[in-house]
Design a protein around this ligand. Structure first.
Ligand SMILES: Cc1cc2nc3c(=O)[nH]c(=O)nc-3n(C[C@H](O)[C@H](O)[C@H](O)COP(=O)(O)OP(=O)(O)OC[C@H]3O[C@@H](n4cnc5c(N)ncnc54)[C@H](O)[C@@H]3O)c2cc1C
Length: 412
């Protein structure tokens, strides 16, 4: 057996749980109530048994991480923030953030499938008619169908207000519907989604006021899908293009009224930015745990000082990131309109954290940081996209800047 093989990160479930417990922090645990901590611990057990053993193989083979996701769904853990009447558990956004951190620490790609179900389900819950919600929401929450959130287009992502997918109202002898034409790109789970929340415009001249969301059924005529992209990381989650060519959508599939799409999108990205931030903290923790595991095997219990200093720095950064994540998620629980700047700071700093800690973990492992079996190089690859999606971190800095100067109006 080579040294690299001996250092491979292949913990048994009980070893993984013990390692995760060893890096828990009482300061962040104190921000969780009893139910939130119990849920986090329950998810950790599932992650240890079902996700961790598959994570490296899923990455290597680029296979959709269905087993881990199904294990979470079968235990009723997918609809955390949703009402019980739709199959959810009515948990807090903080519980959701802690859950996503936990799932991501075990397998980031599974977490991307997991959060995407929430991202698709949330606008349906908030804005769909009873009939449409009844048709799709329970399946998204119990994992029997897949959802996607379709915002990004080839020429509109950061500038979502300029999206061009067109929705034209039609009336065929009293049967009202919309015809959708355009394309979406970089859509998570887009290759297989049964329910696609698709943002379109009823009139490009109206700008944001024309943006309207629709539920497009995955079997709709005129909907085609591209082959999933070959990506740097998150190999167990698929990302694809969607082409809508005269797709007829019944008027009842409109989410809210015409022109309600922009505010729906703005409330939806609050949720998806909690997801991305929690993934950032989860990846940072994964890299830290993996590095600790390997360093103990290399050096024994007495780690060199320079390694201890680096670990101390990483541990502090992870704790600060998690405290920010929980604090902002708690504020979202309390308030319908948290500060855009705080949401952006959470997303930007927690996802930058994931990248920075992963790179640092690889550095202190020397050549072993480059070896796939230890898991740290996967953390680097998986973390990159969290800085890009849900609004790039440059765009988050812009939002923070805008919020900052707005706060100064009338002061200077
Ligand atoms: C793996 C993956 C999964 C994704 N999943 C989904 C999904 O499920 N649904 C969905 O709708 N989208 C999804 N996306 C798309 C993603 O959200 C967008 O790609 C992202 O928000 C960036 O938008 P864009 O593509 O328009 O990039 P661009 O805006 O073209 O960005 C290019 C560069 O320009 C910078 N930039 C842009 N505007 C400004 C500005 N005003 N000031 C300074 N810099 C700026 C960006 O920061 C970036 O560095 C996914 C993307 C990836 C890679």
């Amino acid at each position: 057996m080579t040294r690299a093989e001996m250092l491979a990160f292949e913990p048994k479930p009980d070893e993984y749980v013990a390692l995760a417990r060893a890096v828990d922090e009482s300061a962040s645990d104190a921000l969780l109530d009893e139910r939130e901590r119990a849920l986090r611990d329950q998810i950790r057990e599932v992650v240890a048994a079902e996700l961790v053993p598959r994570a490296a193989e899923t990455d290597r083979t680029h296979s959709f991480a269905i087993e881990g996701f199904t294990a979470l769904a079968e235990r009723g853990l997918v609809g955390l923030i949703f009402p019980k009447r739709w199959g959810g558990t009515e948990d807090s956004n903080v519980a959701y953030a802690a859950a996503v951190e936990e799932i991501t620490a075990g397998c980031p790609a599974t977490s991307l499938i997991y959060v995407t179900q929430m991202h698709a389900g949330y606008p349906i819950w908030r804005a769909a008619s009873e009939t449409v919600a009844t048709r799709y929401l329970p399946g998204i929450i119990d994992g029997s169908i897949f959802g996607s959130l379709g915002i990004t287009e080839p020429d509109a992502g950061s500038d979502a207000a300029s999206l061009r997918t067109r929705a034209t109202a039609t009336d065929d002898g009293g049967r009202q519907s919309y015809v959708l034409s355009g394309s979406k790109t970089f859509i998570t789970t887009g290759d297989r989604a049964d329910a696609i929340v698709c943002f379109a415009t009823v009139d490009p001249a109206l700008g944001r006021r024309g943006i309207t969301a629709f539920l497009v059924d995955g079997t709709a005529e005129g909907l085609t899908r591209g082959r999933p992209f070959d990506k740097m990381g998150m190999h167990g989650s698929s990302t694809a293009e969607l082409f809508l060519s005269g797709v007829e959508v019944p008027a009842e599939n409109r989410l809210g009224d015409e022109g309600d799409g922009w505010s729906l999108l703005m409330t939806s990205v609050i949720k998806s930015r909690i997801s991305a931030a929690a993934q950032g903290v989860g990846i940072a923790r994964a890299a830290y745990q993996m590095a600790l595991h390997a360093l103990r095997a290399i050096h024994g219990s007495k780690l060199p000082d320079e390694v201890t200093f680096a670990l101390a720095e990483m541990r502090g950064e992870i704790l600060r990131g998690r405290l920010l994540l929980f604090a902002v998620a708690r504020e979202v629980d309390r308030s319908a309109s948290p500060s855009a700047g705080e949401i952006a700071m959470m997303k930007q700093s927690c996802t930058d954290l994931g990248w920075r800690v992963s790179v640092e973990a690889a550095r202190i492992l020397g050549p072993f940081g480059d070896v796939a079996g230890l898991g740290v190089e996967r953390c680097i690859r998986d973390s990159k996209v969290t800085q890009i999606y849900d609004g790039t971190n440059e765009v988050q800095r812009l939002l923070i800047g805008r919020d900052t100067t707005r706060g100064l109006e009338g002061v200077l």
